[in-house]
Design a protein around this ligand. Structure first.
Ligand code: MEV
Length: 446
């Protein structure tokens, strides 16, 4: 079917955007417009706020805002906000939190909080000349960005260092100004990008006037100025640890040493096989992303960075590590997390404000430790199930409700299904057959 094109869509009022969409893209025009607008917030000023977070907004997309209580992290108990659509993620995090609560909880430390930005440019000439030029103009990069950095410096941050990087072996004439930043409690993207664009302007201006440069050398061709989402030195470590002998109750009817042996094999496979490592790490990001979203942070940046870090040694591998020494089990997650607790959505989005308040309005460093602990908790739960009872039992139990909703099951049917599927395998077909039996009036043995 050919869809209509439209000019000036972004300029239309929201109601007209929605109407145009309904008229052109839905068969049940009126119903579609009604349904989409039914998710507008009841307070117009709140809706206006949501509308303005992005462009061409026509409605809101709801996601569950859940809570994982009892998270003991560095001796303090948190109720952690988690925004996630996948059933069983919050349950898995909560279960892990509860199991570790009695064993000292989660421990975490921030290793560093350095952010990176680059000005990518082309320059033709002798490298030694560029080195001399860069050394001479370097102080100007700091001086002339002071109006941008003053505030950040007062908070204890700013530009940590600036280097010239020669990448001409990888690409002809290609160099970078690579800068390191401390952005305190903000994620710092706007701050970093503003500084970098100023760097680029200084570089261009100074090169055009540099007496040692001749002809093409005077032309620094700026390609782009942008932060890097790869921040290997914005790193946090979270771990759990207890005696193997105290691990009898992690899985019903399984002693601690057997469980630990199975668990270790599960982790080691993720360390050597990229196919398994991807899924293993995905399970970590189930928890991390849910916290990142609930606290108004950028989950795409966090994911991109984490996966590159997982491949930093030349092969994509697990982000977690296991250590068993003298009967002590220690399970560690090390992950770069560039997060902020000020700026961006953190003060604007009412649910993010509540999410942060639940966590006691943490600093960015504290939030890094919380998110990493939740990531580790989710991964621990997933691997625990995978190497023992399997994932589907718990997963499908949670998914049962979604399937029942798909079949528009009544409350009574849902209650009966919950009983029936304690002893029967959940699948789309088995739920459909169960409901068909019920609805045809036949007796179903629960
Ligand atoms: C599902 O969202 C996450 C898991 O696949 C993670 C894992 O396999 O470790 C269960």
């Amino acid at each position: 079917m050919d869809k209509k094109e439209i000019q000036g869509f972004s300029k239309l009022p929201k109601e007209q955007k929605l109407q145009w969409l309904a008229d052109n893209y839905f068969s049940d025009k009126e119903q579609a417009a009604k349904e989409l607008s039914s998710y507008w917030h009841r307070y117009p000023e709140t809706q206006k706020l949501f509308d303005e977070f992005a462009e061409n907004t026509i409605s809101n997309f709801y996601m569950p805002f859940g809570v994982a209580p009892n998270f003991l992290i560095n001796g303090r108990i948190y109720a952690v906000p988690m925004v996630i659509e996948e059933s069983s993620v919050v349950a898995a995090a909560s279960m892990s939190a509860k199991q570790w609560l009695e064993r000292g909880g989660f421990h975490a430390e921030v290793i560093d909080t350095e952010k990176i930005g680059q000005v990518h440019f082309l320059w033709q000439g002798e490298k030694a000349k560029l080195d001399r030029f860069f050394a001479a103009i370097k102080p100007k990069l700091f001086e002339e960005t002071e109006s941008i950095t003053a505030n950040m410096q007062q908070r204890g941050g700013g530009i940590l260092g600036v280097d010239l990087v020669d990448l001409t072996e990888q690409m002809p004439d290609y160099y970078q100004v690579k800068a390191r930043f401390e952005t305190c409690d903000s994620m710092g993207a706007n701050f970093i990008n503003s500084v970098l664009e100023k760097f680029a302007a200084i570089l261009k201006r100074e090169a055009s006037q540099w007496s040692e440069f001749e002809g093409d050398e005077k032309q620094v061709e700026i390609i782009m100025s942008i932060l890097s989402n790869y921040t290997p030195n914005c790193l946090v470590r979270a771990w759990v640890s207890c005696k193997v002998a105290e691990m009898d109750c992690f899985v019903k009817d399984m002693d601690g040493p057997t469980f630990v042996r199975k668990f270790s094999n599960g982790v080691r496979i993720a360390q050597v096989d990229p196919y398994r490592a991807t899924t293993h790490n995905k399970g970590i990001f189930n928890g991390i992303d849910a916290v990142v979203l609930a606290t108004g942070n950028d989950f795409r940046a966090v994911e991109a960075c984490g996966h590159v870090y997982a491949g930093r040694n030349g092969q994509y591998s697990s982000l977690t590590n296991i250590d068993i020494q003298d009967g002590q089990f220690t399970y560690t997650l090390e992950v770069p997390l560039s997060l902020g607790t000020v700026g961006g959505l953190t003060t604007l989005h009412p649910m993010v404000r509540r999410g942060l308040e639940m966590l006691g309005n943490p600093s960015a460093r504290e939030l890094m430790m919380i998110a990493a602990s939740v990531g580790l908790a989710n991964n621990f739960s997933a691997v625990r199930s995978l190497v023992t009872v399997g994932i589907q039992k718990g997963h499908m139990k949670m998914h049962l409700l979604n399937i029942l909703k798909n079949f528009e099951a009544s409350e009574q049917e849902t209650e009966l299904a919950k009983k029936y599927f304690v002893h029967n395998i959940v699948s789309y077909t088995s739920v459909r057959e169960f409901l068909e039996l019920l609805r045809s009036g036949q007796t179903v043995k629960l």
